[in-house]
Design a protein around this ligand. Structure first.
Ligand code: FAD
Length: 309
């Protein structure tokens, strides 16, 4: 059995593994894919102290750092069920999709999240070539350019306000007849000179020249197709935590995020969580890495307080 079993090998899980192993804890890492979302990222310029890197490169460095330590890597596996310990100090169980069950005194869940996709032609082709999901990450790449934001909820409107301060022009497309964002955000958005808001605008296709985005097509309220010339499209229709398998076992919020306290503790004693899968605000690599470290230190703290015997 493990002292700490970490599920997920993105930035949060990798960081938790290094911190746990450095405490001398018997550490396991269920790793279906090192790097997680970082593997899907082209340029990264906001992981502080690394001025510029690429997703696959940073993912390889995360893996190499973990492999410097005595971490048992359970590779190519996914967890499908958590069985929390019946009493403090008893073992938690993690069932893998392979059918195996792993036991550990503490568990750290770092299964991350994924962006909901529009599911239109061109989105996959031009992902990271003009199709973006994270304004904090990719906004500065579009300085002075023309972009669209698809999605009129809070995240779409926040993204449009954020981008308007960086790019040349923002068009926000909302498929329904009204924006769903909070009124104060809508008012702020409409006060900006370089933003156009289109309602009843359903994005149907992302256009490109084979190497990058050149625009998009949307179906308007008039039933006609319209096109926009653009350098980028930010898709903002939801970030979905990879937590379906935990429903009914742990407290999740309305978005499905694992509820944690300021130590990364979940509703089950001895089970911690970190990164994009949790209620922690702002989903970023630097934050996931910090939260992963915190969860491992919390697991250590929990272990040294268990009664001996
Ligand atoms: P993830 O990176 O999502 O990793 C979770 C891992 O757990 C994945 O490998 C997943 O496959 C695995 N997993 C899921 N379910 C299970 C299961 N049941 N069992 C086992 N494993 C499981 N952030 C920045 O700071 N800067 C950027 O420039 C930037 N650009 C981005 C660009 C794109 C296209 C995307 C999608 C995200 C970007 N982000 C960026 C956000 C950043 O990647 C995330 O905030 C960060 O990766 C979160 O780390 P995490 O470890 O919590 O989760």
């Amino acid at each position: 059995p493990f002292d700490v079993l970490i599920v997920g090998s993105g930035p949060a899980g990798a960081s938790a593994a290094v911190y746990a192993a450095r405490k001398g804890l018997r550490t396991g890492l269920v790793a279906d894919r090192f790097g997680g979302q970082v593997m899907d990222t082209a340029g990264i310029e906001n992981f502080i102290s690394i001025r510029e890197t690429e997703g696959p490169r940073l993912s390889a460095q995360l893996e190499a750092h973990v492999r410097d330590y005595e971490v048992e890597i359970i590779a190519g596996q996914r967890a499908k069920e958590l069985f929390p310990a019946a009493s403090p100090g008893a073992m938690h169980g993690i069932a893998l999709e392979s059918g195996a069950i792993l036991h550990s005194r503490t568990v750290i869940l770092a299964t991350g999240a994924h962006w909901r996709q529009l599911g239109v032609p061109g989105e996959e082709t031009y992902r990271t070539k003009g199709v973006a999901y994270c304004p904090h990450c990719d906004g500065p790449f579009y300085k002075g350019k023309r972009v669209a934001v698809a999605g009129g909820g809070n995240s779409g409107v926040e993204a449009a306000i954020d981008l308007a301060g960086i790019v040349g022009h923002v068009t926000l497309l909302q498929r329904g007849s009204k924006l769903k964002a909070d009124r104060v955000l809508q008012d702020k958005l409409r006060s900006l000179p370089n933003v156009t808001v289109l309602t009843e605008a359903l994005t149907t296709r992302i256009e490109g020249d084979g190497s990058k985005v050149t625009g998009l097509t949307y179906r308007g309220g008039d039933g006609q197709d319209h096109s926009l010339a653009l350098d980028g499209v930010f898709v903002q229709i939801g970030l979905l935590p990879n937590t379906d398998w935990l429903r009914g076992t742990l407290s999740l919020n309305a978005f499905g995020e694992i509820e944690i306290d300021d130590h990364g503790a979940t509703s089950a004693p001895g089970v911690f969580a970190a990164g994009d899968a949790t209620t922690t605000p702002y989903k970023q690599i630097v934050i996931a890495v910090g939260e992963g470290a915190k969860s491992a230190l919390s697991a250590f703290d929990y272990l040294i307080r268990l009664p001996t015997g």
